[in-house]
Ligand binder design. Structure first.
Ligand SMILES: Nc1ncnc2c1ncn2[C@@H]1O[C@H](COP(=O)(O)OP(=O)(O)OP(=O)(O)O)[C@@H](O)[C@H]1O
Ligand SMILES: [Mg+2]
Length: 401
């Protein structure tokens, strides 16, 4: 909405489609609990499953990287590894890199080891403090001059060896880009030592966007050569996009249907997949928007024509007016031609169209909900900005209506 005030719109219903809600709203893996129910399996997932089996079954130790542009499913994969390790009573450290301060980052990794404090833990902590573990660590993390990559790695190995299985999962490694070259080397050197000396049954995995990953590999080839696997995520195929849509819809269906894509047609999904370039998050974002808009207008089914109508802004004033539902056309025309696009109050508009104020008021709010008009807290209505542009370009000459 354009105006500052908060406006509460009527509850959006997906009942028309037999859906309890819009299933495409979650665009990041972080908030999704049962990832399996919505995950679309690609080759990388089979390989990851094999790696996890190898680690659990043979107590192998494996280091890998997952590289892919924003929204391509990196976090979702790391979360899957974490879950598998935890299901086998292992310890998975999932750390989202949110700093280029290697001292903080290293501290975040160690802090992730500690389970919530219980009496025993406090006891152990005191014990290890006595043994000097925390003191040694804190000293090395007090200043980058003190950062001893090898010693820190050894402390980490020591801590992780206590678990039957373990994983260190570093997400969004690109956020470390701002560290100085020296610091990056110190940090990767620490990881290199850890990997050379991994506990049994351990997975080290990190996720990064391609541009930054390449930069890192140049600075520190010795580290990256040590990785057992490098997975580059690829866009989803059309078939995978169908599956994505089916799985997400399936979770919110309250009415049975023979067509698992319903309310979307195959053509609609094909178009959205193309517009989203096979990127899962882009595709989900478009699906979310199209479903929201389609539900408002009760378009049923949602075919490629509906998708085009929703995603494309009208290119002219005529096109805009054509899209307005008939019963409201006189109101919008009044705003456009009598008030030059507005703002105008519902009373002013009601006078022009010669209809009862209450009815006009309700219709105007419906038009706002449909996205054809913008309302403000003062109770005025106007056309959206893209329509105003047409008016400024001189298309808004008064005509008969
Ligand atoms: N293979 C897949 N199957 C189903 N959904 C997927 C798949 N890959 C990604 N998604 C969905 O796409 C969205 C983005 O995924 P995710 O957050 O894992 O991407 P990311 O690469 O970590 O993004 P960022 O770089 O922004 O951190 C999520 O909603 C996730 O559920
Ligand atoms: Mg992510």
């Amino acid at each position: 909405m354009e105006s500052g005030g908060l406006k509460v719109y009527p509850y959006q219903s997906y009942e028309v489609y037999g859906l309890s809600r819009n299933p495409f709203e979650q665009l990041a893996s972080e908030g999704i609990k049962d990832v399996e129910s919505i995950h679309v399996y690609q080759e990388i997932d089979m390989r990851l499953q094999m790696i996890v089996s190898e680690v659990i079954g043979n107590r192998s130790s494996i280091a890998l990287s997952i590289i892919g542009p924003l929204g391509m499913g990196k976090t979702q994969r790391l979360k899957t590894i974490a879950k598998a390790i935890e299901e086998h009573r292992g310890k998975a450290l999932y750390v989202k890199v949110d700093t280029h301060d290697i001292l903080k980052l290293t501290r975040d990794i160690f802090y992730a080891i500690k389970p919530p404090k219980s009496r025993t833990n406090i006891f152990l902590e005191n014990l290890s403090r006595k043994l000097g573990f925390i003191d040694r660590l804190e000293k090395m993390l007090s200043d980058t001059q003190e950062y001893k990559s090898r010693d820190i790695a050894e402390l980490l190995t020591e801590q992780m060896s206590r678990f039957p299985y373990c994983a260190i999962l570093l997400d969004e490694l690109e956020n470390m880009q701002g560290a100085s070259e020296k610091e990056k080397i110190q940090f990767f050197e620490m990881l290199r030592h850890f990997i050379s000396n991994m506990p049994e049954g351990c997975i080290v995995a990190f996720a990064c966007i391609p541009e930054v990953y390449e930069e890192y590999t140049k600075i520190f080839p010795a580290f990256f050569m040590r990785l057992h696997y490098e997975f580059k995520l690829r866009p989803m195929s059309l078939d995978e996009a169908y599956e994505l849509v089916k799985k997400r819809l399936n979770r919110v269906r309250v009415k049975d249907t023979d067509d698992p894509l319903y309310p979307f047609t195959e053509d609609a999904v094909r178009l959205i997949h193309r517009l989203g370039r096979g990127n899962p998050r882009q595709t989900l974002r478009l699906l979310h928007y199209v479903l929201t808009e389609a539900a408002k207008h009760r378009f049923d089914p949602i075919d490629d024509f509906v998708v085009t109508t929703i995603l494309e802004e009208p290119k002219s004033l005529d096109e805009y007016l054509t899209r307005i539902p008939k019963e409201y056309k006189d109101l919008v025309k009044a705003i456009v031609f009598e008030f030059n696009g507005g703002p105008a109050s519902y009373i002013q508009i009601a006078k022009v169209v010669k209809k009862p104020g209450v009815q006009v008021y309700e219709s105007l709010n419906e038009l706002v909900r449909l996205g054809f008009l913008v309302g403000d807290p003062g109770g005025n209505y106007k056309v959206p900005d893209y329509v105003r542009k047409f008016l400024e370009e001189g298309q808004g000459q008064k005509e008969e209506y």
